[in-house]
Design a protein. Structure first.
Length: 183
């Protein structure tokens, strides 16, 4: 099982790499990676298991965070309407998004960042993504609200972007502008 010891922390260059697409159909190895990441997130939300193994709670996890520079992430999160999104996704792609932005009112954190970085993290309010789920099925999802934010945090990890890169006023004046989403 994945524990916090397997989670790469900021400073490790893998978190700044653009992750590689995975070959399709999904290999057993990549399927297992998605299953393992989904299991970690579920475990991290179980008070007993989280306590027993010292897991920080999470609702998402991207493969680069466990040292695998591949375009894979898992999410186990319930949106404002009580819909549970529990899935692993391979080669996710943003096919369209709103101009309008939205953010979590308490800012964001990251399992790869062992410090609080206050500030609002602007993200697209709505987006449509496609990809392949952990069972190998093609998926196309229109997302909004909380779950859209969670997906974008994970999508950013696949492009080497950390949540604090998007906090206004923290940017390095000499840094190149952040990429939007390649449509
Ligand atoms: C919002 C939230 N972020 C938690 N942590 N951070 C993460 O998930 C990081 C990813 C999230 C940061 C902002 C958007 C995506 C992990 N990341 O670094 C992966 O790239 C939480 F733990 C959490 N919840 C609410 C739901 N609760 C259900 C019951 O169990 C506890 C759980 C706690 N909500
Ligand atoms: Ni993160």
């Amino acid at each position: 099982m994945i524990t916090m010891d397997d989670i790469v922390r900021e400073g490790n260059p893998i978190l700044r790499k653009v992750a590689e697409p995975v070959e399709l159909p999904l290999t057993d190895e990549d399927k297992q990676t998605l299953v393992d990441m989904l299991e970690f997130i579920k475990n991290s939300q179980d008070p007993e298991i989280a306590e027993k193994y010292g897991l920080r709670p999470g609702v998402g996890l991207a493969a680069p965070q466990i040292g695998i520079s591949k375009r894979l992430f898992a999410i186990h999160a319930t949106d404002e309407n009580g819909n549970l999104y529990s899935m692993g996704i391979a080669n996710p792609k943003v096919v369209s998004h709103s101009v309008e932005t939205n953010e979590l009112e308490n800012g964001e954190g990251c399992l790869s960042v062992d410090r609080d970085v206050p500030g609002l993290v602007p993200r697209r309010a709505r987006l449509t993504i496609t990809g392949v789920d952990h069972e190998g099925n093609d998926v196309r999802m229109r997302l909004r609200g909380y779950i859209a934010i969670v997906f974008q945090h994970e999508l950013d990890h696949l492009d080497g972007i950390m949540f604090y890169d998007r906090i206004e006023g923290l940017e390095d004046p000499f840094k190149k502008p952040l990429p939007g989403f390649a449509l």
